[in-house]
Write a protein that binds this ligand. Structure first.
Ligand code: ADP
Ligand code: MG
Length: 309
């Protein structure tokens, strides 16, 4: 399994990551979340052995992951890393780019393997196009297929769907994460998108103030977000009576002691997000229909009280 023990790292004087410890079992999907600049990409690069640690150790099974001081060539056969910025060969085709990462030993098997990978990343119809003609999102999918080509034991994904449009994102995400689970490939994914986590991640690790603030399963963190940072990852929320209350946990009732005045309604598809003023503070709640500006409503919390600390 992946074992990270007491990792500390700095690019210059101030540590970017401090006292980081966690582990991931074979086949597990581990999501790393945190605000921009919290160190997600740095952590993935450290797992890959790109930099030397100031302190601590990283192991994959019995192999210690070492930085450039101890390892001439960065990277290991059992591990693949898909960076936020990807590096492809622009003047050859999608198939050939993927083929560069598949063994030439059995040409028939190689063809089939490329076809299988093209299907996983939904690029079969673009197989013969030169990579330079692809969009950013399509290039990201080629990079994903390359990383999967040699069947790594562990894959590190840095915001893997960030360049991919909404039309493709949902099905591609399901395909990739299902493929990784089916193949028992451990996956560490850095993301700021809750849709990359909910329904896929076994564990979620929250980076804040240069360290791991909390590790838990996504369901637990969603149901009981301990801080506004965690709640904000999942959606619109309010703090009422020292309690974090998601917008969908506030309902309009006939009468209550939470009297609010509507200021705006945002169409969200299957509901409206309503902005209102309650005790001079802005609150958000979800409602089936739009509500007129200045309308007075009474709200009720529909959740078990979780004390906000
Ligand atoms: P995230 O991926 O969560 O947005 P990063 O790991 O990219 O965060 O960055 C974490 C911190 O490290 C930021 O303050 C960033 O400015 C700094 N940083 C990232 N890369 C370098 C680098 N190569 N040299 C110096 N500082 C860096
Ligand atoms: Mg990043």
């Amino acid at each position: 399994m992946l074992k990270v023990e007491n990792l500390t790292f700095s690019y210059n004087k101030t540590p970017v990551l401090k006292a980081i410890s966690f582990c991931a079992k074979p086949g597990e999907n581990l999501a790393i979340i945190g605000e921009s600049g919290s160190g997600k990409s740095t952590l993935l690069q450290l797992l890959y052995g790109t930099f030397d640690l100031n302190e601590g150790q990283i192991f994959w099974k019995d192999n210690q992951i070492l930085g450039p001081k101890f390892n001439l060539v960065i990277g290991y056969d059992f591990m693949k890393y898909v960076a936020q910025e990807f590096d492809l060969m622009p003047f050859i085709s999608v198939s050939e780019n993927i083929g560069k990462h598949v063994s030439n030993f059995f040409p028939e098997e190689k063809k089939m393997r490329i076809a299988e990978l093209l299907e996983v990343v939904e690029l079969s119809e673009f197989a013969h196009l030169k990579v330079k003609t692809l969009s950013g999102g399509q290039k990201q999918r080629v990079a994903l297929a390359q990383a999967l080509a040699k069947q790594p034991e562990i894959i590190l994904l840095d915001e893997p769907f960030s360049h991919i449009d909404n039309f493709k994102k949902h099905s591609l995400r399901r395909n990739i994460f299902k493929y990784l689970k089916d193949q028992n490939i451990t996956c560490v994914v850095a993301t700021h998108d809750k849709d990359d986590v909910l329904g896929f991640a076994d564990k979620m690790l929250v980076l804040s103030d240069n360290t791991i603030f909390v590790t838990d399963c996504p369901k637990q963190l969603y149901k009981n977000p301990k801080t506004p940072l965690i709640a904000s990852f999942f959606g619109e929320f309010n703090i009422l009576d020292n309690t974090i209350v998601y917008a969908h946990e506030l309902k309009v009732v006939e009468k209550s002691n939470l009297k609010a005045t509507v200021t705006k309604a945002y169409f969200k598809g299957n509901y409206y997000l309503i902005e209102a003023v309650l005790n001079k503070k802005t609150v958000f709640f979800e409602h089936e229909t739009s509500l007129d500006n200045r309308r007075v409503v009474y709200l009720k919390m529909v959740k078990k009280l979780n004390q906000f600390c």
